[in-house]
Design a protein around this ligand. Structure first.
Ligand SMILES: [Zn+2]
Length: 164
């Protein structure tokens, strides 16, 4: 999906809203991504705000199992018409996980690429299926054994009291 810069320029208040609901192969081959995006032209900057939602197949770094990870991203990105050298006279503050893309001589915005970049930028470095995931079975057994020892002692004590 491509949006031409002229479409935004010619839209009322130079603001264009769109909805996206499609598979982006680079993110997940099967599960579609839903996005509601508003593109607004302010001077020579186009802001892209909105929401990106979906379930994307991910691999847990601890147990290596595949699972569907829910994503719910607040989109807030910026494009610049032309390049940084002809037009900007100030610095642009960028928050973490945001990007500013120079459009150069491009006359359109690639919506799939916008969504892709936002999903990648907002993905944690270490993806886990559950914050309590203990890892693979070997590790799981080890941890369970460690936990079960004090419990067994409690049962032993109860038994001893009964016998007395
Ligand atoms: Zn896991």
């Amino acid at each position: 999906m491509y949006i031409e810069i002229d479409e935004i320029k010619n839209a009322p208040e130079q603001t264009l809203s769109l909805e996206f609901d499609d598979v982006i192969k680079e993110i997940d081959e099967n599960n579609p991504i839903q996005a509601k995006i508003t593109l607004k032209l302010l001077g020579n900057i186009i802001t892209a705000t909105g929401k990106i939602q979906g379930q994307i197949k991910s691999t847990c770094v601890r147990c290596l199992k595949e699972f569907n990870r829910k994503i719910d991203i607040k989109l807030n990105e910026k494009y610049m018409l032309g390049t940084l050298y002809n037009g900007m006279d100030g610095e642009i503050e960028l928050k973490e996980n945001n990007f500013l893309e120079e459009l150069g001589d491009k006359n359109e915005i690639d919506i799939e690429d916008l969504i892709y970049q936002s999903v990648i930028l907002n993905s944690p470095n270490q993806i886990v299926c559950d914050i309590n995931c203990l890892g693979d079975e070997m590790l799981e057994k080890y941890v369970k054994k460690e936990i079960s020892d004090p419990r067994l002692k409690v049962f032993e004590n109860i038994k001893l009291e009964k016998d007395n």
